[in-house]
Design a protein around this ligand. Sequence first.
Ligand code: NAD
Length: 472
Amino acid sequence: MKGPPPTSDTEAQRVFDLQHAASRHQAAPDLATRLDRLGRLAHLITGHEAALARAISADFGVRSRTETQLLEIVPTLSAIRYARRRLAGWMKPERRRVDIMFQPAKAWVRREPLGVVGIISPWNYPLLLALSPLVDALAAGNRAMLKPSELTPNFSNLLSSLIAGTFAETEVAVVVGGIDTAQAFSSLPFDHLVFTGSTAVGRKVMQAAAVNLTPVTLELGGKSPAVICPDYPLEKAARSIAFGKFVNAGQTCIAPDYVLVPKASAHAFAQAVMTQARRDYPRIADNADYTSMITQRHYDRLAQAIEAARASGATVLTHEDAGVAAARKIGPTVVLDLPATSILLTEEIFGPVLPIVAYDSLKDALDFINARDRPLALYAFTHNEQQHRRLLDGATSGGVTLNGTLLHIAQESLPFGGVGPSGIGAYHGYEGFCRFSHARGVHQIGAFNAFERIGPPWGLLASVLARLLSRR
Ligand code: NAD
């Protein structure tokens, strides 16, 4: 596709300098300004919903219009609504306790804007993952520069022109371009840098940010497990797993990557997932609701992984309409009996292929999860409270949905983020507001300063007080 040329590094630096100067020389944006910015962002989306969905679909080849609405547009608008309704309360200074030895005095926390926030986003949910960090950054009173993915050029160019028509470049600006542009972008001395993408690139972004001592929020990927406990109805679990795995053709950071199933039920569960997949997507090739792989490279990588699994003796179950290379689509696929070295078990899958790992006991399932990097999400299916607790206590993850998949990300009242290799720092809602604010502690001395009155010179009063205070 033809679009505007990539933003030059000089141009990105110029906009950064403008935003930086504005953040240092202008007063922190008040409530009205922040509400207005969030309102304009909401208007940008609602005024161009169809064009945004069309651009995203053109980038994918096929991307379900309904999925773009339900999984990108609706959550971004919900995040804006949630923040606008609560912002006045979040911005109020928070009174804190002052110890008796420092009385009379007052103490409080002011949450102040950090300044300029950089946002680097991936292609898989291009609108949500560019704009949802922006909502939190604007709510916290910051200015922001966005660098969307080069793999969604139609969307990135449209976003760039919509943002330019909605915001002054001192408020929000978009930088477009490929990996070179992204590298230069990550070297700008932002006050905070949010990166959503792969763990490998996250490492490079953190290194670039370290040079400027820029704090980072890294929203990364990994292999998110689902555990089915023996008591949970297989069909019900299959429905939730098929939903979480096959929307956006599995190109979802929190999709269940693999499923741990009691040994006796593994084959029945595999069949149940395929039955559900055929119900959800009766056809694949000409189904506008079944999404393509984003590029040929992504298609080939996964097609080769499936072939390698087959060659290694694994059982591969595919949708009848699975051979749809022309539409760059891979139909829902379930794989059983994989060797431990298969890349489907060692690398993040990021596509509509579901390995099933059979387990003997819940302890084995937990050991399997804990032998790997801490995942971004964990899904546990059981009606037994004790088993929920055992799984929550036994394996950590960025977030959790119990008896379902994906939906913890849609709860504005919950922090969203990874842990360890799946990410650093969480955002969304109040946690997002705090993430992009500086918590500035303020202590105000009252009518007299008792602490200073005891000395120096340090005398008897000081030593008696010191003894009393250390024995409290
Ligand atoms: P990616 O890491 O390849 O690219 C993400 C962004 O980084 C793009 O905008 C790209 O231009 C930029 N980039 C590439 N190289 C760079 C460099 N050297 N320096 C600075 N920036 C650079 O990721 P992707 O393929 O677009 O997305 C898929 C990955 O993202 C998966 O691992 C997935 O799990 C993860 N992801 C995580 C979340 C989350 O919220 N945790 C959400 C979506 C995707």
